[in-house]
Design a protein around this ligand. Structure first.
Ligand code: IMP
Ligand code: MG
Length: 180
């Protein structure tokens, strides 16, 4: 594919198994909110695109999907510097139960910002689901109820995660060699 793609860290079968487990737990805990018309699933674009597509197809209850955009680091860098919204927080959040879905929790800035914004918009509850949680010292420490995998402090791509906009389409999660 690309010489910079090194070992696969988490393969497609492991991802599929874990997404199924997360979906089962989310169903057990949040189906009543959905049935009461309160649940809104909020994918954080663009990294959560593949994850959320697999996840929501295993949640057989009614809920709207309202994506938000956050830019964490522009261009070809591997360290986030600040997080800012690239789309407004959707309307109609007051009294709702929000499930934020992101690809990875790294410095924590992105999810801390979103939790704050959705709380400000009057959400009754804000819960967070990430596929990956990096083992790093976080700048911010947002609560995260649903975590797929803890991963070491390496730069990963695939299954939605990108480097400079590329490699989101890899079906597995692989380590990117950022030196070469
Ligand atoms: P945070 O604000 O530092 O927690 O960064 C979160 C965002 O940075 C995620 O939504 C990802 O888009 C991106 N990110 C962090 N680590 C990686 C990685 O290893 N590969 C690809 N994207 C990453
Ligand atoms: Mg992201």
């Amino acid at each position: 594919m690309d010489a910079r793609i090194r070992d696969i860290l988490i393969d497609r079968d492991q991802i599929a198994d874990r997404v199924e487990q997360l979906a089962e737990r989310i169903m057990r805990e949040l189906a009543p909110e959905a049935d009461a018309g309160r649940l809104i699933v909020v994918p954080v674009l663009t990294g959560s695109l593949l994850f959320v597509a697999d996840l929501v197809r295993q949640l057989p209850v009614p809920f709207p999907i309202r994506p938000v955009g956050v830019s964490a680091y522009p261009g070809a860098t591997t360290r986030s510097e600040s997080a800012s919204l690239t789309s407004p927080i959707p309307d109609g959040i007051a009294g709702k139960s929000i499930l934020l879905v992101d690809d990875i929790l790294d410095s924590g800035r992105t999810l801390a910002l979103l939790q704050e914004e959705f709380n400000k918009a009057g959400a009754e509850a804000v819960r967070t689901c990430v596929l990956l949680r990096k083992e790093v010292e976080r700048v911010a420490d947002p609560a995260c109820e649903y975590v797929g995998f803890d991963v070491p402090d390496v730069f990963v791509v695939g299954y939605g995660l990108d480097y400079d906009g590329l490699f989101r389409n890899l079906p597995d999660i692989a380590i990117l060699d950022v030196e070469s």
